[in-house]
Design a binder for this molecule. Structure first.
Ligand code: ADP
Ligand code: MG
Length: 474
């Protein structure tokens, strides 16, 4: 499967409307019944099933009939929604070549209207740590909105928030430009990952700068947790830029010491192997920071004066809540801990999911994404709960996404902005109807997936007419 953005240009307004409807349905359904997609999309001239077929053909959706007939977004479908939103926002207008494949992401070049080249990171949480996520099922069982989609989006929000905060505190990181769904847009870092650098003019200076970053992060209350030669970029002037922040934790984390020591160890090991450096002498002045070191020259975590509140304050301001942080930590912790002590060569690049859908996405050549005006007027859900559409559809969306478990902070905020008092009563009614409709769908009764695959298994027609009645009031 290619991430062929050319397809984007040929997708119609209705295609995006239905794709967005599936995304909305996924807030409370792992697999969204086709009927629900049809209701949410409310295409003016009907034809949802034909559109679904087209989206399936382009692998933007996955069809699942194991429990009931329904659909879910694929990574590609999610990519397209994020890319289209960014293009509509004017953040960039063309997607170019793939420049990186991370453990849990794909990185592409994009071009803005004035020709500036930026980078986008499409998060693929679950690519390697899915097993770890699965092992946390007990915790996640009650979360209907749990899915790779939710986790990847959290990872992107977190990464964007950290990148911005770190930049503001003078850390050498890419400039955070924008974020939507699982996609982070940032400046393109000139240079190469340290792992590709065979020679340095001043290895000692670079080494001190890098160890200094680990120390300075801790002083700000943070530990990178994946600080290694794959996540440090070096340019021709040997300037260092650090990247990749979704797994960062606070110095208050119960395993903080272990994560800190591991980050330090990765750097010591790499410089010793690659540049034959030895560390007999204590580094008591690391890149301007005074820090206690042990007999092997490694900075002592316990001796670092750690800034309090950095994480909470900065992240709360960005909309990434403490609860999001806890959710992410619970979900990916297994992954972090699993990697502990293992060589980065193993954890990075290798061990990808067996799902070929996840591995083979790439873009070749630069494809312009100038979208037709007509497409830009399409149902425009930006993945953060904002839907610019007529009143009727925003009501449908809100009723679909209501409920404390499935509605996140940005949705709530948005709801507050868009709902006036008159709406509140209507919303209450809609939520009640929605709960009933969802309960009846969850009651194990099958729904219609497509006209072609319709099979009456008894009692369904009465169910359908019931759904029809409940939804007709929306
Ligand atoms: P992951 O979290 O999946 O490890 P990374 O953020 O580390 O993803 O990115 C993977 C690779 O993509 C990096 O090793 C680097 O080569 C490249 N990359 C990431 N961000 C940028 C950027 N802003 N500019 C240039 N290259 C980048
Ligand atoms: Mg990385």
């Amino acid at each position: 499967m290619k991430l062929n953005v050319d397809v984007l240009r040929y997708l119609s307004k209705d295609d995006f409307r239905v794709l967005t409807a599936v995304e909305m349905g996924m807030r409370n359904h792992e697999i969204v019944p086709a009927e629900l997609v049809d209701r949410i999309a409310s295409l003016k001239h009907g034809g949802t099933y034909k559109v679904l077929k087209n989206l399936l053909k382009h692998k933007l959706l996955h069809h699942d009939s194991s429990k009931y007939d329904g659909f879910r977004l694929t990574y590609l479908g999610y990519d397209f929604l994020a890319i289209k939103t960014m293009v509509n926002r004017g953040v960039f207008m063309a997607v170019g070549r793939q420049i990186g494949v991370g453990k849990e992401s794909d990185i592409f070049e994009v071009a803005t209207e004035d020709g500036t080249i930026l980078a986008i990171k499409l998060h693929r949480l679950g690519r390697v740590s899915f097993r770890a996520v699965k092992s946390k099922r007990d915790y996640l069982r009650h979360r209907t909105s749990y899915s790779w989609l939710y986790l990847s989006r959290l990872a992107a929000i977190k990464e964007f928030a950290f990148m911005k905060a770190l930049e503001e505190h003078g850390f050498p990181v890419p400039r955070a430009v924008d974020c939507n769904r699982h996609c982070v847009v940032m400046s393109l870092v000139q240079g190469y990952p340290l792992v590709q650098v065979k020679e340095l003019q001043n290895p000692e200076t670079v080494f001190e700068r890098i160890v200094g970053l680990v120390v300075r992060l801790a002083e700000h209350g943070l530990i990178h947790c994946d600080f290694n030669e794959f996540n440090i970029m070096i340019d021709d002037d040997e300037k260092v830029t650090m990247i990749d922040f979704p797994q960062m934790v606070s110095v208050d984390h119960r395993n903080a010491q272990m994560y800190f020591d591991r980050d330090v160890e990765c750097i010591f090991k790499f410089f010793s192997k690659r540049f034959n450096m030895s560390f007999q002498e204590s580094l008591d002045d690391i890149d301007g920071s005074e820090v206690d070191t042990d007999e092997s020259g490694r900075p002592r975590f316990s001796s670092i004066e750690k800034g309090a509140g950095f994480l909470d304050k900065e992240l709360a301001a960005s909309g990434f809540t403490r609860k999001d942080q806890e959710d992410m930590e619970k979900c990916i912790e297994g992954g972090i801990e699993k990697d502990a002590g293992s060589g980065e060569e193993e954890s990075e690049g290798g061990g990808h999911s067996s799902d070929s859908e996840l591995n083979e996405s790439y873009i070749s050549g630069v494809v312009s994404l100038q979208l037709q005006e007509q497409e830009e007027q399409t149902l425009n859900c930006d993945g953060e709960g904002r839907v610019e559409e007529n009143q009727q559809n925003s009501e449908v969306r809100q009723s679909q996404t209501s409920g404390p478990e499935t509605q996140d902070a940005s949705d709530k905020e948005e709801d507050n902005q868009t709902m006036n008092d008159d709406d509140a009563e209507l919303m209450k009614r809609l939520r009640k109807q929605n709960r009933r409709a969802i309960a009846s769908v969850r009651g194990g009764r099958k729904t219609v997936a497509s006209r072609n695959s319709y099979k009456d298994k008894g009692g369904k027609s009465s169910h359908n007419s019931k759904m029809q009645k409940q939804l007709s009031g929306w």
